[in-house]
Write a protein that binds this ligand. Structure first.
Ligand code: MG
Length: 382
């Protein structure tokens, strides 16, 4: 079995799919979406494909190692997202060739389903209580919202009270049985992170996410270790080497590697195993497309410490297209009682609607991250 071609498709709303074809007719799909950098990652996939074409797609570990190490320069979001999309497609091919889901190749599933959560509130958390109630009415038992909007290094008590009021309204709307995650989105700097964490402690959150940017966690390690609320982070870490410090330093309770940003299934399985050794949970980051979600679910199937799965159905980014649009059979992602079944079909367990992918790729996208400003005109973290 040999790889004959590697192709990328940038499709709305902001995704990048990778299609790898073989001489046996088996085709594998991966998702290399790095939000806002689709064209750059596509170029990187194309460069990496020079090595892959003509080789046996089933030697995934070998290809991963060569594509990671052989460039001399390694790591970071661009490289690891390109590698992730390729890795997922290679697992998809191998599973399809054997007629088995990826999780069977990884030792078989330890769970049949996993809890999912729904985003509420968008980037600017208003009317979150009504959206939380609506999510619960649709069957979700966990929701996630953004915490603050723009926040300066030192900001006002009013901003803190707005966050508290939003979270309080959500808690009141859904009651104690629904889990609430609050994402600080790396918008908060060290001085206000302490203040906000303390202010939110009474709401017994599922977790606070990215309380500060991951590169700054060492600066408030004592606060994070002592936090009454579990701390989650990791969507902007890209390899086991990026994760090792946060895992070993005791600042994190839930790691959130992204299957499309952190080297794919091969690498995230290792990150999950490292986390398990420290009794840390895994909740894969995935505000992305259907192939990324399928890869996450294959990982969730085999990682004992996987606790909950992010997914993007109806998320505020999905305007022109949504999670289920590119699937032949969208029922594979049916959410029942706030959870989704691990897909049992061969490979990643989904069937990509290739005709529709090609149709939408003709339009493509130029999705970019918003640029926010503080009142003084300076850049604000989004
Ligand atoms: Mg986040």
């Amino acid at each position: 079995m040999k790889i004959t071609s590697v192709t990328t498709f940038a499709v709305p709303p902001r995704w990048l799919f990778v299609r790898i074809e073989t001489d046996t007719g088996v085709v594998g799909w991966g998702e290399a979406t790095l939000e806002g950098r689709a064209a750059t990652v596509a170029a990187l996939v194309e460069e990496l494909s020079d090595y892959l074409v003509g080789r046996d797609p089933r030697r995934i570990e070998e290809h991963w190692t060569v594509l990671y190490r052989s460039g001399f320069y390694r790591g970071g979001g661009l490289h690891m997202s390109a590698l992730a999309g390729i890795d997922q497609a290679l697992w998809d091919i191998t599973g399809k060739a054997l007629g088995a889901p990826v999780h069977e190749l990884l030792g078989g599933r330890v769970r049949d389903r996993i809890k999912v959560y729904s985003w509420i509130g968008g980037d600017r958390p208003a009317e979150t209580a009504a959206q939380a109630r609506a999510a619960v009415d649709r069957g979700f038992s966990a929701v996630k919202m953004n915490g603050p909007e723009e926040l300066q290094y030192l900001d006002t008590r009013a901003k803190v009270e707005t966050v508290v009021a939003n979270v309080s309204a959500v808690r009141e709307a859904v009651g104690p049985d629904v889990s609430i995650g609050v994402d600080f989105h790396g918008r908060v700097h060290r001085p206000m992170a302490r203040v906000l964490l303390e202010a939110l402690a009474p709401f017994h959150l599922m977790f606070v996410e990215e309380p500060v940017l991951s590169e700054h966690v060492d600066g408030i390690a004592d606060v994070l270790r002592g936090s009454a609320t579990p701390i989650a982070l990791g969507e902007r870490l890209f390899s086991r080497w990026d994760f090792k410090d946060v895992i070993t330093s005791g600042v994190v309770d839930v790691v959130q590697p992204d299957l499309s940003h952190a080297g794919g299934i091969t690498e995230v399985r290792k990150i999950a195993a490292m986390a398990e050794a420290y009794d840390i949970a895994v909740a894969p980051h995935c505000p992305l497309g259907p192939i990324a979600l399928a890869a996450c679910l294959q990982l969730d199937a085999v990682a004992y410490n996987a606790v909950i799965q992010e997914q993007s159905l109806g998320i505020h980014y999905n305007t022109s297209n949504d999670l289920l649009d590119y699937l032949v059979d969208p029922s594979v992602f049916d959410y029942v009682d706030g959870s989704v079944a691990i897909p049992r079909g061969p490979g990643l367990g989904i069937e990509v609607d290739e005709e529709y992918v090609r149709e939408r790729a003709a339009e493509g996208h130029r999705w970019r991250n918003p640029v926010w400003r503080h009142a003084d005109g300076s850049f604000a973290e989004w």
